[in-house]
Ligand binder design. Structure first.
Ligand code: 5GP
Ligand code: ZN
Length: 115
């Protein structure tokens, strides 16, 4: 996807602070963190959102959650805990149209996730 910000990050056109990478997944620090730890975990394959996933693409979701748990263990916040958020579509306030999982940690987060 030529005009996709996260595809540009994946192909190195736009720099990022990498946290984890394999053949299918990239995790990098959010440029505007909402918590002390704010990592974005994305599939390397361009998928616009949860709402547009095609048959067979669901497998990547399980891998992303496994990756998130591995990151939490490596970075030492697995026991303390973390939050995962996926914004989808207009009402979900999804700004970047490439599926991404927000991994938030590093402090006791607010009880409410909707303002
Ligand atoms: P959304 O609102 O689509 O769920 O989240 C998009 C996220 O991407 C936001 O948290 C925003 O701070 C982050 N972001 C936007 N542009 C960049 C960028 O160029 N680099 C990085 N690392 N994060 C970005
Ligand atoms: Zn993309």
């Amino acid at each position: 996807m030529e005009d996709c910000l996260f595809c540009k990050i994946i192909n190195g056109e736009i720099p990022c602070e990498k946290v984890y990478e394999d053949e299918e997944i990239l995790a990098f620090k959010d440029i505007n963190p909402a918590a002390p730890i704010h990592v974005l975990v994305i599939p390397k394959k361009h998928i616009t959102s949860l709402a547009t996933m095609k048959q067979g693409e669901e497998e990547i979701i399980a891998k992303i959650y496994k990756t998130i748990n591995n990151i939490s263990e490596k970075q030492g916040f697995k026991e303390k805990g973390y939050r995962v958020i996926v914004n989808c579509g207009e009402d979900g306030c999804q700004e970047v149209k490439h599926l991404h999982f927000h991994l938030l940690a590093g402090k006791k987060l607010g009880e409410k996730i909707v303002e």
